[in-house]
Design a protein around this ligand. Structure first.
Ligand SMILES: Cc1ncc(COP(=O)(O)O)c(C=O)c1O
Length: 381
């Protein structure tokens, strides 16, 4: 089957968060992390069937879904028991429930910055504290600064928020990097919330996704791992994620912490997840090829612009563009107002000298955006 990722699909009438952001209709929205691609028939047909059934009452979490997830994870090297899985209505819910699970009032989380901002909101949502460490840009790869992580560890810190693959940096962390991080956490008795929802979108042949929980016994027994189909299969409007918690006590506590707070999961989310995981493989493969090409075109186009630099991402469709050399007060404002390309402001993630550009869009739209950026920078005085 061939899939048409080039198709331009009008999204404004669906109340799309991405497409309603900018009042100026000239601006191409390339900010929030969803893609402008339709789901394949392999997902749409079961959804149509479920809708045609017509009754949308309370829905149990289908027990076979965790087994389907287990079979998927076997491929990426993690042998889980389906019992370990708790379905939740989105990964951000998982970040927040993890904060409640690991942190008592007065405790703190540690988060490397830049980071997808809901990581930093989660502890403060429940009046827990947050210590940020800074990540390093090493030739375009965004890396953990282990020295600052070590230096800032204290007995108040009870959880480390890890995002792998990283949003916004696009880094896929190596076994050695994760092991070093786990060792620091073990030394300080710190739990780990490992958000791995971008892990099925590897764009670089040289990298491999390593689940944090497989590193060693400490990681397995002290972690909550967040996974899900929403990024891979573009299902953000049908929220669902899996929190995988091997340690039975931690898992029971996680479930207690979400009770009455985490909303029901939509019956359509379950249908879409099952269909995506069981039958979305061919579309997923084609998507990866399309994104790889988009990434290459973007890297070439951006690096032609004086003052901009891009090497990644190793995974996912979010490019973290280094604008430091452009010496602009606000690179995002410049790109949005002058180039009419609706990037995500780097400041939202913790660094105003970068912008995040979502290239999960038809190639013609990407090429138009690159041309606009090049033109706006060439006319800069
Ligand atoms: C790392 C990460 N976690 C969580 C989310 C949001 O997930 P959800 O929509 O399932 O809450 C995103 C969305 O971009 C993300 O990049």
């Amino acid at each position: 089957m061939s899939y048409n990722f080039d198709e331009i699909i009008e999204r404004k009438q669906t109340h799309s968060t991405k497409w309603l952001k900018f009042d100026d209709p000239e601006i191409i929205p390339m900010w929030v992390a969803d893609m402008d691609f339709s789901c394949p028939p392999e997902i749409l047909n079961p959804l149509h069937e479920r809708i045609d059934h017509g009754v949308f009452g309370y829905t149990e979490r289908p027990s076979h879904l965790a087994k389907i997830l287990r079979d998927r994870l076997e491929v990426t090297g993690w042998d889980i028991d389906p019992e370990w899985v708790t379905w939740i209505p989105g990964a951000v819910v998982g970040l927040n429930v993890s904060a409640r699970t690991f942190l008592n009032p007065g405790d703190m989380a540690m988060t490397p910055s830049p980071i997808y901002r809901p990581f930093t909101f989660a502890p403060s949502n429940m009046e827990r504290g947050m210590v940020k460490t800074h990540m390093k840009d090493v030739g375009g790869r965004i890396e953990l600064d282990f020295d600052s992580i070590e230096a800032l560890m204290s007995s108040d810190i009870k959880m480390f928020y890890f995002c792998n693959p990283h949003n916004p940096g696009g880094t896929v962390f190596s076994h050695e990097e994760i092991e070093r991080l786990v060792d620091i956490c073990a030394k300080h008795d710190v739990g780990i919330c490992s958000d791995e929802i971008h892990c099925d979108l590897l764009l670089d042949e040289k990298v491999k996704h390593i689940h944090t929980a497989i590193i060693n016994d400490y990681a397995r027994d002290n972690s909550v791992t967040l996974l899900g189909p929403c990024k891979t299969f573009n299902l953000a409007g049908l929220p669902i994620a899996a929190a995988v918690v091997p340690n039975p006590e931690l898992r029971a506590h996680f479930r207690r912490c979400m009770r009455g707070i985490a909303a029901h999961i939509s019956s359509l989310s379950f249908v879409a997840t099952e269909a995506a995981y069981l039958n979305g493989g061919e579309w997923h493969k084609a998507l990866i090829e399309y994104l790889k090409k988009n990434k290459q075109i973007l890297i070439e186009g951006i690096n032609e612009v004086e003052g901009l630099s891009l090497t990644g991402p190793e995974a996912s469709y979010l490019a973290w563009i280094d604008c430091r050399e452009a010496k602009l007060l606000s690179p995002s404002e410049f790109m949005i107002q002058q180039a009419k390309v609706g990037v995500h402001d780097g400041e939202w993630f913790g660094n105003k000298d970068y912008v995040r550009l979502n290239f999960g869009c038809p190639r013609s739209v990407l090429e138009d955006s690159i041309a606009r950026i090049q033109k706006a920078f060439s006319q800069r005085n």
